[in-house]
Write a protein that binds this ligand. Sequence first.
Ligand code: HEM
Length: 399
Amino acid sequence: MTTTADAHDGDLASFDFRNPAPDYAWDPFGATSDLRVGHAVWSTTWGGFWILTNAEDVRACLQNSTLFSSSGGFGIPAREKDRPIIPLELDPPEHAKYRQVLAPFFGPGSVNRLWPSLSEAAAVMVDEFAQDGHCEFMAQFAQRFPTRAMVAMLGLPVDDTPELVRWNHEFLHFRSIENPVGTELEAAQRIERYLAAAIRSRSVQPRDDLISQLVAAEVDGRPITADEVMSLVFQLFIAGLDTVTAVLGRSFLYLAERPQLQAALQDPALLDGAVEELLRMFPIALVTRTATSDVDFGGVHIRKGERILIDFDFWNRDSTEFERPDECNYSRQHNRHLSFGAGRHRCLGSHLARVELAVALKEFVARVPRFRLAGDAAPTPYADLVRGVTALPLAWDVP
Ligand code: HEM
């Protein structure tokens, strides 16, 4: 049996996904090539957790919610909670009851209807700086656009967008070795207070928006409670903003140094393939599970209650799954990346995310035909359960 102590050998033993070495933050797969020998590795940071380094184990873990539970709480260590984030932190059978409530709003039919309004919002945002010849892409576009999309969908005031961007960032990122509690709890409470007010007002006076429809929903044949609506909306809020922001940041940084890939985005026939390939190249979301019993898995012995971290880079860049995985190929066939996860908890917002990414790429390159990195300082990565870029100054020539 491999004990926790045995598993401490190996360079990932002190691996901290929140404060990784720059090599790892930019390229987790490349930076760990000598460690991926088919075994999970134990890290002693953040109370200890396993990181699955083998592609097949990543998929198998996500498909077994009996052995690997989500109800232990999101994050490493598991976040402090007074109520679960629904449906993310639920296991079967509760999970399906709530996922069912959200699912109709996020199917391809509902989401495709948003295409014109999202295109218009993106075009307006890019037009604000296109003639300047430069922008700070993260603040001026990547953070604003997904929040704007969500605010419109939920029926929240557009003017609240900047505050929502900030609270969300504080909830997801502000933890470090020096400040282990960070601003997570405080930010969660702010978000909850804000959403509670919106839910209360829709209960009294319904509108034509998603919150009103959720307030009127049923779960298991009974009316949904205000607390449950709060958890569902909170989930959308934390799952749907920062993730798209991070993919945009990583993708535009990559594209800024590759004019040919930018030019190829002008071809409408390649747009969907480009979205899939950029999602594969930049699996920005890490997910967590808790072992429900002692189990031999991933070449190690995992004990009941131990936490597991899954980094989709270990699947998306695996050469047994993808031919020439380091190459960004918009025409790649059978692109079965796992950036949206797998199994019961597979991302419910994947269609919305794809539409947002396609719209952003299309509207940006239509107005800013060839952009490059600006400024002397190299962009810095941030790393947590979502990995992105802190700031991304871009420049281009204005005719
Ligand atoms: C490119 C952007 C996105 C990425 C990479 C992403 C990734 C993921 C991943 C990996 C999971 C699985 C979590 C787990 O297994 O524990 C997930 C779940 C989820 N995502 Fe996304 N996501 C994105 C955008 C969105 C958007 C735009 C929304 C909706 C507004 C959304 C809503 C959700 C929800 C509700 C879940 C929980 C599903 C469940 O537990 O059944 N996501 N996402």
